[in-house]
Design a protein. Sequence first.
Length: 232
Amino acid sequence: MDGAPRSSRERHQTAQAALSTLAEGPDFVQARVLRQGKGRPGTVFGRPLVEAGQEAHVQDDIAGDETERRRRRCLPAIVVRCVEYSKLLLPACEMHLADDSVEIWGPKEEGIFRISGRSSHISKLKQEFDTGTDMDMRECHPGDLDPHAVAGLFKSYLRELPSPILTPELTPMFDAYAKRIQGSAPPSILSLADLDNHEEHQPDELDELLAQLPDANWFLLSDLGELLYVSL
């Protein structure tokens, strides 16, 4: 009978069914799809960053902030959407959220970028974005979409970039600069960010190197530096 209390066995079966569905893949019902993919993979993963950004950038735009508009026009949607979603989970990033941003749906997630996400969720997300889909995931509840899978998707995308973020041409120059400042330690995104505080730092030289990066590479480097700084 409808409305009648269910037995413990029925409740257990319902819970098991829900867990089984979640394990199979994410639920995108709450996601805002701004562009459907083309149905074929290879639009984003393994493509040069600038090319992927030109072909698969986000569909929406924001008025007023020209720098943010440039960022959204040159980065692939997968980067913008993963960064947006990750900022909802990192307490130190709350200050960067706009007043009209979506409501944060719960306590901050621990271990973002350190805990592995569900492989089925990562696979489904990759399939969607790699066909050119633009999907805002910020309204997806973590019970429907594994937050660690979004971080895992972002890491997977970065691993499959065909060339370094600092570009093949400029990487030796960044290496040489970082080694002069920090000794023999290899440079990293965080070490480059810390160079401003070094007593021997020559800001003009680093600024000149950064200015030579393509816009997409510069914005991706900036996003990574911010996320890594607040998550470590």
